[in-house]
Design a protein around this ligand. Structure first.
Ligand code: MV4
Length: 667
């Protein structure tokens, strides 16, 4: 076995690989960018080397530098994780040329799966089922039309050079075909420099079911069951699970054997995933093969009891597969939720910031957290905004869902917007519990998933009042410092009528709470409605009784801003003060960056007259564009950034002044 490996990655997957390597007694060399010097993967490694500045192309994508570090540090092998260099043929070749073992498949196998049409041709030859369609070289439009008719409408045009859902177009009927083909070819030429198309019968409600395969260098191959990854959003997986609900043993076997055939058709070695479209009638069709360890591999580990990273290291070391096919058993059900720094209620806009409060569920045989961040870390624009993977296991799917709901409720993040509430709503939704899965799940059930809230506003406000009150008590006891930020609570005398009402701001609306203290409880009045509150705070946990309803919430208070966590939801408020008003709304004529990013396009010039809602500039962060619009009619006074410049969160982008309505002359 290698005594030292280099991990050419960052974040949770780098940490995941280090964990297993250490368990096996293998030393780990990490690499890191300037942004990651304090990252968890660096801390976990035995040693780590700087690659360069934060952007990936100056750090984690630098082939030569990484190989140089591996050689200099005495590592014998490189684990690429996923993303970055994991499916880079040149990098795999460069490892071999330098006598380093690439912990992944041979470069030729990566290359074979790089082209969609070539991959389909290989799979057809290996008798792996393909969606009925055409993937030939002859691109004569008349021939393509004949082929479309042969498939049966609706058909799907897929750009040969596309991928990940890019360059696809549905054609519902013959009459639309000519125009749709011409448009698809134009788009594909522009986007990928290649107009060539595949044609397939379009499956209207498919599921994404993928098989985990492993092959050793002695010609053996096995499958470790499947994962259902149908719950996706714009081709990003959201929830993954294993096994796939409702998949029969016979289908599992057929799909597994097809996947092993697919891998062996390209002389595969190592961990791979063969993706299938699984249709409502139980048929399945090859989609593509991923030649790496995947993000969602933990659900397979949970139901098979195997450590897939250990399998990777042993196979890379030339060993035979640890288990034969009949030794691979599946037990129970596992789910994975991807916790992201993003705002589901705002078109999944990526979020950045400091994770100033980060609490994770207790881990045990049922709950696993794979993460690369710690409390206090920064989520930046430079890398994928995944904060963690939350993985649960239980004897059956319904129990596993309960575990997931519970674990999400124990996952609390303050400082960065996350998708936790969305995930909680998703796994708890009836159609998800009923396993009504297909790739359109999120769109179909929008009403259950977005802008939902189970916590009544009054109750939340009363709980917030309890938190502020109890926090003030704790601070008063332990800190008499007049200059402490909590001296603002000096008016909160116990057992006396509270002099000043507590004014809380929620979603820009002010709520006035009148509080009266009694020996046994506080009376809290919200807009004339009165509640009896008893509360007790220990650390961040508030136990409360509101009119006889006992409930517990957690809170994170920072600079007067309170996040209350309750059953997977986060309730945000702050105390109304003059400073907050300023900080919140800024000066009337400024426009600020909503996140770290870069300026893509400046669409106005100084002196321009603009109208409310007009797009002024476009910023980009995490490959997503975000239009900054005029909040009112006005005139552009100044523009502070040029196209292409980096912009940090909160920076003033431009200044504009309002156009005064024409004044009526006053006589
Ligand atoms: C399809 C399809 C329906 N019919 N092919 C999307 C990504 C790409 N790799 C394959 N994709 C699809 N191919 C036929 N003939 C529907 C999809 C599809 C999809 C597939 C898997 C997971 C999520 C998806 C979301 C939308 C569309």
């Amino acid at each position: 076995m290698f005594n030292k490996i280099l991990i050419a990655n960052r974040g949770e997957i780098a940490c995941r690989v280090i964990e297993t390597a250490h368990k096996m007694g293998v030393r780990c060399v990490a690499v890191y960018s300037e942004a990651d010097v304090n990252a968890r993967h660096v801390a976990m490694a035995d040693e780590a080397f700087l690659l360069g500045p934060a952007p990936s192309n100056q750090s984690y994508l630098r082939h030569e530098k990484i190989i140089e570090i591996a050689l200099a540090s005495g590592a014998q092998a490189i684990h690429p994780g996923y993303g970055f260099l994991s499916e880079n043929t040149e990098f795999a070749e460069a490892c071999a040329e330098n006598g380093l073992v690439f912990i992944g498949p041979p470069a030729s196998a990566i290359a074979a799966m790089g082209s969609k049409s070539a991959a389909k041709a290989i799979m057809e030859k290996a008798q792996v089922p393909l969606v009925p369609g055409y993937h030939g070289d002859d691109q004569n439009p008349e021939l393509l039309k004949e082929e479309a008719i042969r498939c049966g409408f609706p058909v799907l045009l897929k750009a040969i050079a596309g991928g990940g859902g890019k360059g696809m177009r549905v054609v519902n009927e013959l009459a639309e075909f000519d125009e749709a083909l011409a448009a698809a070819q134009r788009e594909s030429s522009n986007a990928f420099g290649n107009p060539d198309m595949l044609i397939e019968r379009y499956l209207t409600q498919p599921r994404h079911v993928e098989i985990q395969v492993f092959c050793d260098s002695h010609g053996n191959g096995v499958y470790l069951a499947e994962r259902d990854c149908s719950v996706q959003r714009r081709h990003q997986k959201v929830i993954e699970e294993a096994p796939a609900p409702g998949l029969s043993d016979a289908t599992r076997k057929a799909m597994g054997e097809a996947a092993v055939k697919a891998a062996q058709a390209i002389d595969y070695v190592g961990a791979g995933t063969v993706e299938f479209l699984y249709d409502v009638d139980g048929s399945f069709f090859f989609m593509e093969m991923n030649t790496r360890l995947q993000v969602e591999h933990p659900v397979t580990e949970m139901i098979t009891g195997q450590d897939l990273v250990e399998w990777q290291l042993r196979i890379a070391n030339g060993e035979v597969l640890p288990l034969s096919q009949d030794q691979i058993q599946i037990t129970g059900h596992a789910l994975e939720a991807r916790i992201y720094a993003e705002d589901p209620d705002n078109d999944f806009l990526p979020a950045t910031g400091k994770l100033h409060y980060l609490k994770t569920p207790a881990t045990n045989s049922h709950v696993r957290v794979d993460t690369g961040v710690l409390e206090g870390d920064e989520v930046s624009i430079h890398y994928d905004p995944m904060i963690a993977k939350l993985i649960v296991w239980d004897q059956d799917r319904s129990k596993a869902i309960n575990r997931m709901v519970q674990a999400l409720e124990q996952y609390r993040i303050s400082g960065v917007t996350s998708n936790i509430r969305f995930l909680h709503a998703l796994v708890d939704a009836k159609p998800f519990r009923d396993a009504e899965l297909d790739t359109g799940f999120i769109e179909k059930h929008e009403n259950l998933l977005f802008n939902t809230s189970g916590l009544e506003l009054d109750k939340a406000l009363v709980l917030a009042a309890g938190f502020y009150l109890q926090q003030a008590k704790v601070v008063k006891k332990s800190n008499q410092d007049k200059h402490s930020p909590f001296s603002q609570f000096k008016n909160w005398r116990m057992n006396k009528q509270y002099q000043k009402p507590l004014v809380l701001v929620v979603d820009d609306a002010k709520h006035t709470l009148e509080i009266q203290h009694f020996d046994e409880y506080d009376e809290v009045r919200v807009d004339g409605r009165s509640y009896q509150l008893q509360s007790h705070l220990s650390h961040d946990k508030l136990d409360a009784i509101i009119d006889g309803h006992c409930l517990s919430v957690h809170g994170a208070l920072k600079e007067g801003v309170l996040d209350l966590f309750y059953q997977g939801e986060k309730f945000n408020c702050h105390q109304y003060t003059a400073e907050f008003e300023q900080g919140d709304h800024g000066s009337d004529n400024s426009l600020t960056a909503p996140m770290n990013g870069s300026m893509v396009s400046v669409m106005v010039s100084q002196g321009d007259k603009v109208s409310e809602g007009q797009t002024l500039v476009i910023m980009e962060a995490m490959k997503m564009e975000h239009a900054i619009k005029a909040p009112h009619d006005g005139i552009i006074d100044a523009i502070y950034f040029d196209e292409g410049e980096l912009v940090s969160d909160g920076a003033e982008l431009l200044a504009m002044s309002a156009i005064e309505a024409p004044q009526e002359s006053v006589s």
